[in-house]
Design a protein around this ligand. Structure first.
Ligand SMILES: C[S@@+](CC[C@H](N)C(=O)[O-])C[C@H]1O[C@@H](n2cnc3c(N)ncnc32)[C@H](O)[C@@H]1O
Length: 179
């Protein structure tokens, strides 16, 4: 069973339309909600997820929310579970980071977003223009309790990180009474 969490109702509808077969078979569920509501998702699914994936989301949310979100994910994972996170990350080189941010701004311009709107976004939502560093993210994973954190793929400013709870002999609480 795959569960999704997505803030945009438009995206939820598009996912449903494209993956109707899986919805009908009840193999896919999508919750139209903000990641801040991850607590209610947790009360719905418990803490037995084998894998939680998160792609291209974290760079766009405020740093204090990142920690909160990863904590929620940690709590929803089974003791042997892992989280796979893919995102754009700053390279640590001022030169490259500037190029990446400029590319992003040019993409916005191509989509018809005016410069004055972009300047306003820089003030109101500065995280959109900063991305995250790999060190920062690895630190956040350890902070919430993940035991093993590894970058498994990296290409230019994009990295995939896997973080495991690493409790190898642990039994999922959900299954503990079944054996
Ligand atoms: C850049 S897209 C990435 C989509 C997909 N995960 C991928 O890798 O192709 C980011 C997605 O996160 C959703 N999103 C952004 N902020 C969110 C939030 N606070 N709560 C839930 N979803 C959010 C957006 O609506 C968008 O669909």
């Amino acid at each position: 069973m795959v569960l999704g969490l997505e803030i945009s109702s438009y995206v939820c509808e598009a996912v449903k339309a494209n993956l109707e077969h899986y919805f009908n078979q009840k193999r896919l569920l999508i919750f139209n909600n903000d990641i801040r509501q991850i607590g209610s998702l947790k009360s719905h699914v418990g803490c037995c997820c084998k894998v939680i994936t998160c792609s291209l989301l974290l760079h766009d949310i405020k740093p204090n929310r990142r920690l909160e979100f990863l904590k929620g994910c940690y709590e929803m994972l089974a003791p042997t579970g892992s989280m796979v996170l893919a995102d754009t990350m700053l390279t640590g080189s001022d030169f490259m980071d500037k190029i990446l941010v400029n590319d992003w701004i040019n993409c916005m311009r191509q989509q018809g977003i005016q410069d004055n709107e972009i300047e306003k976004m820089k003030v109101e939502d500065p995280y959109m223009f900063k991305a995250i560093t790999e060190e920062e993210l690895v630190g956040l994973f350890y902070k919430v309790g993940f035991k093993i954190v590894r970058t498994i793929w990296r290409n230019c400013n994009f990295a995939v990180i896997i973080a495991s709870k690493g409790e190898k002999n642990a039994v999922c609480p959900h299954l503990a009474n079944k054996s």
